[in-house]
Design a protein around this ligand. Structure first.
Ligand code: NAI
Length: 477
């Protein structure tokens, strides 16, 4: 007899492991299927985010920022240092240790919550009335289980371009880009999105000459226009070369390095010679090999599983969350969906306001936003007012030598309700939480402006921008 679980989660990334924990908290008998193997070939929880995404990239961003600070930014404080070196293998080992600590932490949480971790590839084999049959693993090791409800949280993988073979040595996706053994003298990047900018920044800070080739004619198209301009200015100042509107042609790799042929924005043939190339042109959902046919579930033309606002699929006992469904491919969005689905299965009435999911890009300065951009609101014909406050007028930022960037608050022209907040600054990833909270509670800009903020702190810029949006009454500008 195959074992039966109330809830089976397929995938233990930030969507799946969180869904499994919440379902277990709610009293269900839960199993989570995960096939990930770490570089040593050992099974690991955590998915892309913990193993080859958010967590390791932030470790490398911190190391490279510390290096750059020490090498070139301490002089202004009167601190003299010489002969600053970087031991790349040691930096990578630190990152690996952080990943291992985090993934082991999820193993602990699974034990604590009595969640069964089924190691191997999970695939649907049958729908039998109210239960779903799932096979875990293959061949002699295959195991059959039954599930009352299934949450598909299988995530995504890097999209590769036709004709460009990713070997994760010379030509890398996110996995290889996080594991380079030395600083490449010349690094090429295809795609000026989140991964291209973050990992391009890591290797630039450590001394690589970085060129990013981007297909779109505009830079950071999803961000507010003011942030786009400021980010382009800051990155150019740092020496990150970004070419927009390019068309990638042939890419060849050999002993001499990698050669990328492309057409520039004017249609002129160009070539980029580099030692390593990162391909970061988006991600595709992991829905192959899931046996969806066996239960009669179809994917859309791009491979995503169609779901409603509450992550329900076309089948009443199957749900899908995170990168395999519509919406931004962000770990915190996946986790929130996991909690929502577990609570829906338990008969509760949770809700996600997708407009209040923050975006963060961990460059320096960091970029974060929530809600709509000025351009989106204008296109919607919404009457708005805006307030912007620069960190150059914030005492704490000056003391931190982090006076770049600003906070921009956009509010409804009549009601003063906050409709969007855009931050480009050090610690923007933390500053944005106040704006998310404000928007979740439908705050007005004046509400933020009337809340006491600690002095001196970066958060004062949020208050000042809100006051500026309310009726141009910022106090320090
Ligand atoms: P992305 O969607 O952020 O950016 C891809 C970029 O590549 C776009 O600007 C696109 O126009 C460009 N592009 C596409 N095809 C191209 C081509 N043929 N030639 C040149 N440029 C081309 O995707 P990315 O950076 O790969 O990241 C994948 C996902 O991972 C994103 O959805 C992102 O949300 C998530 N992520 C989030 C992070 C965060 O929240 N801080 C960090 C890293 C990744």
């Amino acid at each position: 007899m195959s074992e039966k679980f109330d809830v089976v989660v397929i995938g233990a990334g930030p969507g799946g492991y969180v869904a499994a924990i919440r379902a277990a908290q709610l009293g269900f008998k839960v199993a989570c299927i995960e096939e990930w193997l770490d570089p040593a070939g050992e099974p690991a929880l955590g998915g892309t985010c913990l193993n080859v995404g958010c967590i390791p990239s932030k470790a490398l961003l911190a190391s490279s920022e510390a290096y750059e600070q020490t090498a070139v930014k301490l002089d202004v404080h009167g601190i003299g240092v010489s002969d600053v070196t970087i031991d790349v293998p040691k930096m990578i080992a630190r990152k690996d240790a952080i990943v291992s600590k985090m993934t082991k932490g999820i193993e602990f949480l699974f034990r604590k919550n009595r969640i069964t971790w089924l190691k191997g590839h999970g695939r649907f084999v049958a729908a039998n009335g109210d239960t779903l049959g799932i096979e875990v693993g293959s061949g002699d090791d295959a195991r059959q289980i039954e599930a009352g409800k299934v949450i598909i949280a299988t995530g995504s993988r890097a999209r590769h371009l036709p004709g460009i073979t990713v070997d994760n040595q010379q030509i890398c996706d996110n996995e290889g880009a996080l594991a380079m053994g030395e600083v490449p003298a010349r690094l090429g990047v295809i795609g000026a999105g989140v991964i291209g900018l973050e990992l391009g920044s890591v290797w630039r800070r450590l001394g690589a000459q970085v060129t990013i080739l981007e297909a779109m004619p505009t830079f950071l198209a999803a961000a507010d226009g003011a942030v786009q301009k400021e980010a382009a200015r800051q990155f150019a100042r740092q020496g990150l070369k970004i070419e927009l509107g390019v068309k990638i042609g042939e890419v060849s790799a050999g002993k001499q390095g990698v050669k990328v042929s492309y057409e520039d924005a004017k249609g002129k043939a160009q070539a980029l010679a580099c030692d390593r190339l990162i391909v970061s042109v988006g991600r595709v959902p992991n829905t192959d090999g899931l046996g969806l046919d066996a239960i009669g579930l179809a994917v859309d033309e791009r491979g995503f599983i169609p779901v409603d606002e509450q992550c329900r699929t076309a089948l009443p006992n199957v749900w899908a969350i995170g990168d395999v469904v519509r919406g931004p491919m962000l770990a915190h969005k996946a986790g929130d969906e996991g909690v929502m689905v577990a609570e829906l299965i338990a008969g509760q009435k949770p809700h996600i306001d997708y407009n209040c999911i923050p975006w963060v890009i961990y460059t320096a300065p960091e970029i974060a936003w929530v809600g709509k951009t000025e351009e989106q609101l204008k296109a919607d014909g919404r009457a708005i007012k805006t307030g912007q406050f620069p960190f150059a007028a914030n005492g704490r930022a000056l003391g931190m030598e982090a006076a770049e960037g600003f906070v921009k608050v956009i509010a409804d022209a009549d009601t003063d309700e906050v409709l969007g907040v855009h931050v480009i600054a050090a610690a923007a990833s933390d500053l944005i939480s106040e704006a998310v909270m404000a928007m979740e509670f439908k705050a007005s800009a004046e509400d933020i402006g009337r809340i006491c903020h600690p002095h001196p702190s970066l958060s004062e810029a949020m208050r000042e921008a809100a006051l500026a949006a309310t009726d141009k009454r910022a106090l320090n500008m």
